[in-house]
Design a protein around this ligand. Structure first.
Ligand SMILES: *[C@@H]1O[C@H](CO)[C@@H](O)[C@H](O)[C@H]1NC(C)=O
Ligand SMILES: *[C@@H]1O[C@H](CO)[C@@H](O)[C@H](O)[C@H]1NC(C)=O
Ligand SMILES: *[C@@H]1O[C@H](CO)[C@@H](O)[C@H](O)[C@H]1NC(C)=O
Ligand SMILES: *[C@@H]1O[C@H](CO)[C@@H](O)[C@H](O)[C@H]1NC(C)=O
Ligand SMILES: *[C@@H]1O[C@H](CO)[C@@H](O)[C@H](O)[C@H]1NC(C)=O
Ligand SMILES: *[C@@H]1O[C@H](CO)[C@@H](O)[C@H](O)[C@H]1NC(C)=O
Length: 650
């Protein structure tokens, strides 16, 4: 009886151990499978040849870099350091299937791609070190399951995006190393909650902006933990925060010149115009011509206002409806000239089809003009640019004829113009894709959509070359020497195939009513700002800024609070520190297979924005350099390079 009982007991224990053993084997088996998939993601490198199924022993004994718990035989550690044959490979999401991991150490392997978000499901994780790789993309957002995490070391990667507020979920974090990455945005205030446990904290050499949360600066008072973020301010950095910090890149309006947008077009080209306040700072106002202009302007406007009020007012907040009886009378006395064959319409027809220039037809507003869209009976779309200031230069008609005679495939052709004493207008073709500014920064571009809709590197090369050729033609090729004087991304239109069309060349002095330059913040060359004449090298400077916009995806001016930071100065600073490669737009890096080619473009842009005008190359030289880049054997070669060659088109 006793024997039978003990036999039963032994059986039960055996059974239990068999069941338990079976369970352990399947758990380990699934971890083994996950590791093999991880190895496959690493490209089955030689260094991991021991990770195979042919050896009938546990990975815990014979696989390199694997640490197991002796009691449960589950994989609790993964440690692969400096395995150069992993370079250029990715961390497979299968890593998240290693549920028992306490430690992941993969530093200095040259890994690329993103951190698999599933890693934050590994609730046993205590130590995560993926430093010294080439990882890109945003950090995982949710860290709430990593309550045991003690070390998070992501230093020396190319990780972009912001510091996720979700990091506060890692309540036991002692080491947080994020230095030498491309992180942007603010340091989230909520991260201050981690300060009591944190011992090491480093966010130096990123692109962080704004104020360092106060809770940090008390405990982490070594400025080296924050240095290398040009837009970061507050203690312990020396740069004080002047004003309450706003976001780094506010919607700035600007004198966009969108004779181009169709509010009903549902493509990436569709960008509603939004105008929140001019970024233009007119330099010192002066000159009798300008004062005279103001006086005429006042008279004209008061005349108009009286007129509108007589008609019941109400419309004063709207864009002026120019089609009023006194203007009709004036209109008959005006000059209407057409330069484009087949453009057989009267000015009245253009005005009628632009809804008598009412607000619904406005497609853009600039410093000096409002642009209306007009659709003609045959379906032709036209952009009509109507000047706000009717006191445009005395030689307006002659100048317009000259400007209209300049034709190049990358210049926006003037189809015709109209002028009378109170009203001046220019007609252009309507261009499908909006301005370069809109394409990069229009309201449809958000952090989430930009990767899908922004032009890739090949398209940006094409745009850069087209603009350079147009500018070279203006400066040297057209028989005259014409300075643009106001080159900027809002003056560059893109057609349906992203061919650039430079517009508004030579117009600014016609419409500003004076010869001295007017500053366009971010684009105007330093020597012009200090009062010297605008030469062709001034245009080259502006071109350099446009080229930087294409390379970095950033606006020409960013704001920190009320402080304006110029893109040109920011890039110059990083370039001088040997950190030029950090400025590139991730889309550019991701779609360009030749990093040295990007270096050449950046060097060229930096040369264009040299403070010394005589160091800047000419536009013809720039076009030539870009063209040879294009035609050198490269997988990025844009198919349009050859077609871009002839400067002059019909
Ligand atoms: C499996 O690993 C052993 C070393 O552990 C190695 O000798 C063998 O070549 C490997 N087999 C395969 C098919 O990779
Ligand atoms: C294994 O079990 C022993 C005894 O239960 C325990 O002392 C030891 O800490 C365990 N080892 C691990 C790695 O959990
Ligand atoms: C985390 O685990 C849950 C449940 O297993 C799963 O639904 C979720 O997709 C996982 N998260 C990630 C980012 O893999
Ligand atoms: C973090 O990574 C860096 C670079 O690989 C290394 O030097 C450092 O020892 C790591 N620190 C910790 C605490 O893991
Ligand atoms: C924690 O993990 C579970 C599944 O394992 C998942 O459903 C949950 O979303 C995670 N929570 C956080 C805050 O990450
Ligand atoms: C932060 O990281 C930078 C760059 O690696 C280093 O120079 C600096 O000494 C670190 N500072 C602290 C406080 O860890």
């Amino acid at each position: 009886m006793q024997m039978a009982a003990s036999f039963l007991c032994i059986c039960a224990c055996l059974l239990a151990s068999i069941i338990m053993g079976g369970h352990q084997t399947t758990a380990l088996q699934s971890e083994k499978d996950a590791l093999l998939r991880l190895k496959e993601g690493f490209g089955n490198p030689r260094s991991l040849v021991s990770w195979n199924l042919t050896v009938n022993v546990s990975p815990c004994k014979s696989w390199v870099g694997i640490i197991c718990d002796i009691n449960s035989s589950s994989v609790i550690g993964l440690s692969l350091t400096g395995f150069r044959d992993l370079a250029g490979r990715r961390i497979s999401p299968d890593i998240a299937d290693l549920h028992h991991l306490r430690s992941i150490e993969l530093p200095n392997n040259g890994l690329i791609g993103t951190i698999p978000p599933g890693i934050t499901n590994l609730s046993c994780l205590e130590h995560l070190d993926i430093s010294g790789n080439a990882l890109t993309g945003a950090l995982p957002l949710l860290w709430g399951n990593l309550s045991r995490l003690v070390i998070l070391n992501l230093s020396d990667n190319r990780i972009s995006g912001t510091i996720p507020t979700g990091l506060v979920g890692a309540i036991n974090l002692r080491v947080l190393r994020l230095e030498n990455n491309h992180l942007s945005g603010h340091i989230p205030d909520s991260i201050v909650d981690l300060v009591p446990t944190l011992i090491t904290f480093n966010v130096s050499y990123n692109h962080l902006v704004g104020q360092i949360p106060r809770g940090f600066s008390k405990k982490f008072n070594d400025y080296s933990a924050f240095e290398g973020n040009p837009f970061l301010c507050g203690k312990p950095l020396r740069m004080a925060c002047a004003t309450a910090m706003a976001q780094t890149l506010p919607q700035q309006d600007d004198t966009r010149n969108p004779m181009n947008r169709d509010p009903n077009r549902p493509s990436p080209g569709k960008r509603r115009s939004s105008h929140k306040g001019p970024i233009i700072i007119a330099s010192v106002l002066g000159g009798t011509a300008f004062l005279l202009g103001l006086m005429i302007l006042c008279i004209v406007f008061s005349r108009r206002r009286r007129h509108t009020e007589a008609n019941g007012g109400g419309a004063t907040r709207q864009v002026q409806n120019w089609f009023s009886p006194d203007i009709q009378a004036d209109r008959r006395r005006g000059t209407y000239k057409v330069f484009s064959r087949g453009f057989n319409y009267s000015y009245d027809e253009l005005v009628t089809n632009a809804g008598y220039f009412d607000t619904a037809h406005v497609i853009g507003k600039g410093r000096y003009a409002t642009v209306y869209k007009s659709q003609l009976p045959d379906g032709t779309l036209v952009a009509v640019k109507v000047f706000k200031f009717s006191n445009v230069g005395l030689c307006y008609e002659k100048d317009m004829e000259l400007l209209a005679s300049i034709k190049h495939r990358n210049l926006l052709a003037i189809k015709g113009f109209y002028a009378n004493p109170v009203e001046k207008a220019i007609f252009y073709n309507y261009v499908a894709n909006g301005t370069l500014y809109d394409v990069f920064h229009g309201p449809k571009i958000s952090r989430d959509t930009r990767d899908d809709v922004l032009p890739d590197w090949a398209l940006r090369q094409k745009i850069a070359l087209g603009i350079a050729q147009a500018m070279a033609y203006l400066h040297r090729g057209c028989g005259y020497k014409i300075l643009h004087r106001d080159l900027k991304s809002t003056n560059i239109l893109l057609d349906a195939d992203y061919n650039p069309r430079v517009s508004d060349f030579g117009l600014i002095h016609l419409v500003s009513g004076r010869a001295e330059p007017v500053e366009t913040l971010g684009y105007t060359a330093p020597e012009v700002l200090s009062g010297k004449k605008h030469t062709e090298k001034g245009d080259v400077y502006s071109y350099g800024v446009v080229l930087l916009e294409l390379l970095t995806g950033q606006r020409a001016v960013a704001y920190i609070g009320e402080r304006a930071v110029k893109l040109a100065e920011w890039v110059m600073r990083l370039h001088d520190e040997g950190r030029g490669r950090e400025v590139f737009d991730p889309i550019v890096v991701g779609t360009c297979q030749l990093p040295e080619q990007l270096d050449r473009y950046l060097n060229l842009a930096v040369l264009c924005i040299d403070v010394n005008p005589s160091n800047r190359p000419s536009m013809a030289e720039i076009a030539n350099i870009l063209e040879t880049q294009c035609s050198s054997a490269s997988p990025l070669r844009s198919p349009d390079c050859k077609a871009n060659n002839p400067l002059l088109s019909g």
